[in-house]
Design a binder for this molecule. Structure first.
Ligand SMILES: NC(=O)C1=CN([C@@H]2O[C@H](COP(=O)(O)OP(=O)(O)OC[C@H]3O[C@@H](n4cnc5c(N)ncnc54)[C@H](O)[C@@H]3O)[C@@H](O)[C@H]2O)[C@@H](O)CC1
Ligand SMILES: Nc1ncnc2c1ncn2[C@@H]1O[C@H](COP(=O)(O)OP(=O)(O)O)[C@@H](O)[C@H]1O
Ligand SMILES: [K+]
Length: 521
């Protein structure tokens, strides 16, 4: 699976290759610029050949150096190229200075403040800042980008960003913009990044419609999606070089001779009369994803309602927390999911205490988490390594107020990792950029970006389905919590994309058989 690098990790890869004598900085810059031009033409084949017009905005560092290479390459292809630069060339790195000089043999470098003059270009190249960004970008760069876009009038020109959209903090995904700038002021149609995607490309609000990774000849670390990611590496969840079936075969119960108990028996604790939808969604998802048996335990008053709605899912009556011990005494129950529709309060807290004490694979969501807002440490004291917490940002803020989104000083990755360390459980922090972190430092991200968008997944009950999917995967005992949560999050988005717009949560479990078939399972 592809790893997502921090800016420092990227610099280290580059420095190692240069120290080994494997490559020079100038050669890397040439490859980056050449790769960016090739990726641009691959994306927009009508830009192949000469006769087009580009405006290239170059910053003071090596990102600007890449921009001078792109400018020269486009000019070689017969384009009309205007280049505008910033910063003192004498202060640039030797590589960036060299690339600027090589460009200057082809054409001039104008002042950034003049970038707004002229006719509509076919392409705007953002080579202002890359991984070296340390603070908010200067207002003059935002003004220059807006001025070039304004040259285009109603028919916007295409924008390609080199390495990242300038202003993107490549570690956190936050945009570092001057006061007053619109959040999408620097947005691009295509980002071409080098060697590997950076963390920030897959966190926060995507600033680019598409992302291409160009190989520049540096070594890649091997990462097998069937194993837990190594601490310190941020894994992007996707099958990678493996076929989806080969990857998911490591978490799904597919042994030909499997008995239903080999495929796990999941217990879902459901809500009271009139509050049962969430539990039923979770139970159905657990069954559809492959649990051999699923039992829904509900208060006696909700038995009739549920009996009328369920067939393959077994139903049992549970007289409050007092009735739970008896149910949990069945050693064949391999995973318990609780929270959706349970209600916030002491009864739910007591259920969590008993389930955690039963030392089984456990998924805690929604009210099972919110019931501990007043004393998160009491929850953390109960948890063990086979627990998965699946908060959305609101639930996360109740348990980890100092890591809450609104005043988060660290990235979502670091926030989830700290939450996992503190709680002793795997934490899946939801969103279009869902982050999964485990106490040993394993972290993965499942991003619904770059052609994998599924905004219709933000619909009532989608989280309850995810809870059931993860419980179903954990129940069969094959996958560890991190891998089960990762595969669950990936399949959740794939199921949403399989159904498409108009999706309601009920559709998600029932999309799984068709999705599995399409994945070759
Ligand atoms: N690391 C690698 O392996 C490679 C890096 N390359 C390019 O090099 C880039 C990184 O280059 P650099 O480290 O020089 O960094 P950048 O070019 O991203 O920017 C750093 C420069 O901008 C200045 N700066 C940073 N933030 C600023 C702000 N807010 N306002 C004004 N000035 C600011 C810095 O003082 C420095 O001069 C990558 O993004 C990539 O485009 C490529 O050439 C290929 C290989
Ligand atoms: N824009 C989006 N793109 C992809 N997934 C999304 C988006 N918005 C929400 N989701 C996903 O939808 C689910 C919503 O879960 P949650 O907030 O718990 O809802 P509920 O409580 O109604 O079940 C989460 O898995 C989240 O990651
Ligand atoms: K850039």
């Amino acid at each position: 699976m592809p790893e997502l690098l921090t800016a420092a990790q990227m610099r280290a890869r580059e420095e190692t290759a240069m120290k080994n004598g494997a490559v020079t900085g100038a050669a890397l810059m040439e490859r980056a610029g050449r790769g960016a031009v090739e990726a641009t033409v691959r994306t927009w084949p009508d830009l192949a050949g000469g006769g087009h017009h580009a405006v290239v905005l170059c910053g003071p560092g090596n990102n600007g150096g890449d921009g001078y290479v792109v400018a020269r390459r486009l000019a070689d292809l017969g384009w009309t190229v205007e280049v505008f630069g910033m910063g003192d060339p004498q202060k640039a790195s030797p590589d960036a200075r060299l690339m600027r000089q090589l460009w200057e043999a082809c054409g001039p470098v104008g002042q950034l403040s003049d970038a707004g003059h002229g006719t509509r270009p076919d392409l705007l190249v953002d080579a202002l800042f890359g991984t070296g960004l340390g603070r908010a970008i200067p207002a003059e760069t935002v003004t220059a980008v807006a001025a070039v876009k304004a040259r285009s009038g109603a028919r916007a020109c295409r924008v390609v960003a080199l390495d990242c959209v300038s202003g993107l903090d490549c570690d956190s995904g936050r945009m570092l913009l001057p006061d007053g700038a619109a959040p999408d002021a620097m947005a691009a149609d295509l980002t071409v990044t080098f060697h590997a995607a950076k963390r920030g490309h897959y966190l926060g609000q995507p600033q680019s419609r598409s992302l291409e990774v160009v190989d520049i000849g540096l070594d890649h670390a091997e990462d097998d999606p069937r194993q837990r990611p190594a601490p310190g590496l941020l894994r992007r969840i996707e099958p990678g070089r493996l076929a989806p079936a080969a990857w998911l075969g490591s978490v799904l119960p597919v042994a030909p001779g499997a008995h239903k108990y080999d495929r796990g028996h999941v217990l879902v604790l459901g809500g009271g009369c009139g509050k049962g939808g969430a539990g039923r969604l979770a139970a159905r998802a657990a069954l559809r994803i492959g649990a051999g048996l699923v039992t829904l335990a509900v208060p006696p008053s909700a038995l009739q309602e549920n009996a009328a709605r369920l067939d393959a899912i077994m139903l049992t009556s549970m007289k409050g927390p007092e009735g739970l011990a008896d149910i949990l005494s069945d050693s064949r129950l391999s995973c318990v999911a609780l929270g959706p529709g349970l209600g916030v309060g002491e009864a739910t807290r007591e259920m969590v205490r008993q389930v955690a004490g039963a030392d089984r694979a456990t998924v805690l969501d929604a009210d099972a988490l919110s019931s501990f807002s007043d004393d998160p440490d009491a929850l953390f004291g109960l948890l063990h390594a086979r627990c998965v917490l699946t908060p959305h940002e609101g639930e996360f803020a109740r348990l980890f107020p100092d890591l809450a989104e609104k005043d988060r000083s660290v990235s979502k990755v670091d926030a989830a990792a700290e939450a996992a360390r503190r709680s002793g459980a795997t934490v899946l922090l939801k969103g279009p950029d869902t982050v999964i972190a485990s106490p040993d430092g394993a972290v993965s991200v499942n991003a619904a970006f770059y052609g994998r968008e599924a905004p219709w997944l933000g619909t009532a009950g989608a989280g309850d389905v995810l809870t059931g999917m993860i419980a179903g995967l954990m129940g069969n005992g094959r996958a560890d919590p991190h891998l089960a949560a990762s595969a669950g999050a990936w399949l959740h988005v794939e199921a949403a994309r399989y159904v498409g717009p108009g999706l309601i949560s009920e559709d998600l479990p029932d999309a799984l058989p068709g999705l599995f078939r399409s994945l070759g399972l």
